[in-house]
Write a protein that binds this ligand. Structure first.
Ligand code: ADP
Ligand code: MG
Length: 332
């Protein structure tokens, strides 16, 4: 009798288990915040709000910590200290900043200088701040161009110091630090036991685990010129995705669109693309490469994407034509 009961119970239990997998009560929780001067959106699939609230706090804390170390806008950060000491002396920095600057230089090397954190010397002449927009004269651009050169960043491995060799030089990590911060924030979230989450800071996103239905997350990539239209929908998990576009930060003067991605060779905004989306194993890489490929343009940019392991890309060129790397399948 007991045996028969047990048997029935087991029979009932098995289909129930199949019908209701472990995370069938998961729900999606979302929070919007601002950090590092951009919109931060954290999405968590979890069985209750408490876990999700915990993740939101972890992400905000970790990204604010990195902002305080690496922003070139805030006084008292290590990056502003390096910039203030350009041409004067080397500055000792925390290990993670040292490594991020070393990684930036590597991206410069593989992109033949299309990516260059010393583009920031141009900041004095270009201004993208709303209300203060400024286009420099060709002479001003020429005057600053000599200060843009990643080869003049001196890294001392042993002492962990960074030195900008030329007076007037400056660095800005705007194209790589956000991606790095997203990676670190996701690591902290994972360490707290949450597997299923998305962290998006502006155009940089880390997608981890599964959605509330147990499927890879659905991610939309928007059309560069039409805010509400999607270029593609991708089902993604455990991957990073970054988009750089000429529509993110720009102004129009005398019918010309000036945006914030600079070609370090000319000192003017890069012209060959409208937007570049990169998929990569980590967000530091996708962030830096989306900016770099934007500057390189569709041909050279796609050649680079194809050469790099685990990297895929979608490029919208200046005519609006869409170029995709071999690993991308677009479900429109
Ligand atoms: P977003 O900030 O919108 O995510 P990006 O990741 O493409 O966009 O980064 C653009 C930022 O990178 C600019 O605002 C500027 O701070 C910096 N930047 C601009 N041009 C370059 C370049 N050629 N190399 C490295 N950094 C750049
Ligand atoms: Mg970038």
């Amino acid at each position: 009798m007991v045996k028969a009961c047990l048997k029935n119970f087991l029979i009932l239990l098995i289909p129930a288990f199949i019908l209701f997998p472990a995370d069938s009560y998961a729900k999606v929780f979302k929070k919007n915040m601002t950090v590092m001067g951009t919109a931060l959106e954290v999405t968590v699939s979890s069985d209750g709000p408490a876990k999700a609230e915990g993740a939101f706090a972890i992400v905000y804390k970790e990204m604010s910590r990195i902002e305080d170390e690496m922003s070139e806008w805030k006084d008292g950060t290590y990056v502003s200290l390096i910039n203030r000491n350009a041409g004067k002396k080397a500055v000792k920095v925390p290990d993670e900043l040292f490594k991020l600057i070393a990684a930036s230089i590597q991206v410069s090397e593989i992109t033949d200088g299309a990516f260059d954190i010393t583009w920031a010397a141009m900041r004095g002449v270009w201004d993208f701040t709303p209300g203060r927009e400024r286009v420099p004269s060709p002479e001003e651009v020429r005057g600053r161009l000599g200060l843009v050169d990643y080869r003049k960043i001196e890294l001392d491995e042993k002492n962990r110091t960074v030195f900008l060799k030329g007076e007037g030089m400056a660095m800005g990590l705007g194209a790589i630090a956000k991606g790095y911060a997203v990676d670190r924030a996701m690591r902290a979230v994972a360490d707290s036991g949450i597997k299923d989450a998305i962290i998006r800071a502006g155009g940089d996103m880390r997608v981890q685990g599964l959605d509330d239905e147990g499927k890879p997350w659905e991610i939309g990539i928007r059309q560069p010129r039409e805010k509400d239209k999607l270029l593609a929908r991708l089902r993604l998990t455990n991957i990073s995705i970054s988009t750089s576009g000429d529509y993110e930060r720009f102004f129009i003067k005398d019918n010309v669109l000036y945006h914030h991605i600079m070609d370090p060779k000319t000192g003017y905004p890069a012209k060959a693309c409208r937007s570049v989306t990169i998929l990569a194993p980590d967000t530091m890489t996708s962030d830096a490469l989306s900016t770099a490929v934007f500057v390189l343009g569709p041909q050279k940019g796609m050649e680079l994407i194809k050469k790099l392991k685990g990297v895929e890309g979608i490029i919208v060129d200046s005519d609006g034509a869409v170029h995709t790397s071999p690993g991308i399948r677009i479900n429109r």
